[in-house]
Design a protein around this ligand. Structure first.
Ligand SMILES: *Cc1c(COP(=O)(O)O)cnc(C)c1O
Length: 361
């Protein structure tokens, strides 16, 4: 059960009304098949149910479907021992989604509505049994194989064909259950020649269009036997930016932990911000600054990528200009593992949520 489109039956749909200036809300319930009933079905029948849940009458021709003018969020809710769920830092996602919509010159979805709708959305689907239950067995491998609810809010434009910006966007919230994101035998990364984001572009916005280049670069990397791709900056072609859909950290020989500083070409990851905070609390000197691929090649002893889907995933090596630079003898590094344990422990409720990151549902 990796990353697939096994959608929950109930989705949230709202549209901005430019006349009233409000958001017209509705709930779209495709069916009322409980999770237990769905699990008892044949695979073919289940596929039909899932397909139907992904059908909602949104405009076919619009700025999102034609020009990739749209943005989205990825947020997880983690099952707790007491049967509740904890959404991890949803206020941060609400804020980023608001900023993304503003960045696309669309009426931005109010943050309080985002939070309220997300909570209500999970409650409604839970009533039909769609929330994975906490499993003690997850603790054995520090939640490496644990399940969570992946919540995907996104913006979708009204019908349109010319060049313009969205004036009456939809916001949809849907979800699916997920476990680990990266699959495959190795955790090798390769530096790509492609450019994900340019200064004055949209790299800082979680927008659909950014993903096209990322997906092409990732496919090329996978076809060559790598798990992940690393992008360099567009101007100097020297400084590391991020992975295909995750931020990146480097531990140097002197113990410092470096991650590229935010700017208009780097996505401000919530996992990134959380990892910085957790590492500093461990006494690690964390620096947000430029880091060149040459410096990584010379001084890096541990590397990991971070994201809601990826968690904290170790990278065993980076290949650049045909040469492979191996970190920590290809074994997961000690610092990344320690931070991952803190992060997952907090998310699944095994460690006290001292920073108030979890919102209980
Ligand atoms: C979503 C995303 C990330 C990770 O952000 P999180 O908030 O940690 O999930 C990193 N890079 C890109 C390009 C992204 O789209």
């Amino acid at each position: 059960m990796a990353f697939n489109l096994a959608m929950y039956p109930i989705s949230y749909v709202t549209q901005f009304n430019p006349v009233t200036g409000g958001w017209d809300e509705q709930w779209f319930q495709a069916d009322s098949i409980s999770f237990a009933e769905l699990s008892a079905m044949s695979e073919a029948d289940r596929a039909k149910v899932y397909a139907k849940r992904n059908q909602f009458p949104l405009p076919l021709v619009n700025y999102t479907s034609q020009y990739a003018l749209g943005c989205f969020e990825g947020m997880k809710a983690y099952p707790q021992k007491d049967g509740t769920l904890a959404i991890f830092r949803p206020d941060r996602n609400a804020k980023r989604f608001y900023d993304s919509m503003k960045g696309l010159y669309a009426p931005a979805f109010p943050q309080d509505r985002y939070l309220k709708a997300s909570v209500e959305f999970l409650k409604r689907n839970r009533e039909l049994g769609y929330i994975p239950e906490y499993d003690d067995a997850w603790e054995k491998d520090n939640y490496a194989g644990a399940s969570a609810v992946y919540v995907r809010p996104f913006m979708y434009s009204e019908g349109a064909i010319g060049i313009g910006t969205s004036k009456a966007p939809y916001v949809v919230i849907c979800a699916t259950t997920v476990s680990s994101y990266f699959k495959g035998a190795n955790t090798k990364a390769v530096v790509t020649d492609r450019i994900r984001a340019t200064p004055k572009g949209t790299g800082w916005i979680k927008c659909a269009s950014n993903y096209v280049v990322s997906m092409l670069a990732k496919k090329e990397a996978e076809d060559s036997g790598y798990m992940e791709v690393i992008f360099l900056d567009a101007v100097k072609r020297k400084y590391i930016e991020e992975g295909s859909s995750c931020n990146v950290f480097f531990r140097l020989k002197n113990g410092d932990l470096i991650t590229p500083a935010l700017g208009d070409t780097i996505l401000p990851g919530i996992t990134r911000a959380s990892v910085i905070e957790l590492a500093r609390a461990e006494g690690v000197n964390v620096l947000e600054r430029k880091i060149s691929i040459q410096e990584v090649a010379k001084k890096c002893v541990e590397c990991f990528v971070t994201g809601t889907a990826a968690g904290v995933t170790p990278i065993e090596s980076i290949t650049w200009n045909g040469k492979e630079y191996v970190f920590n003898n290809r074994k997961p590094g000690e610092l990344g593992a320690r931070i991952q344990a803190k992060l997952k422990g907090t998310q699944y409720g095994a460690i006290d949520d001292v920073r108030g990151w979890n919102v209980r549902v």
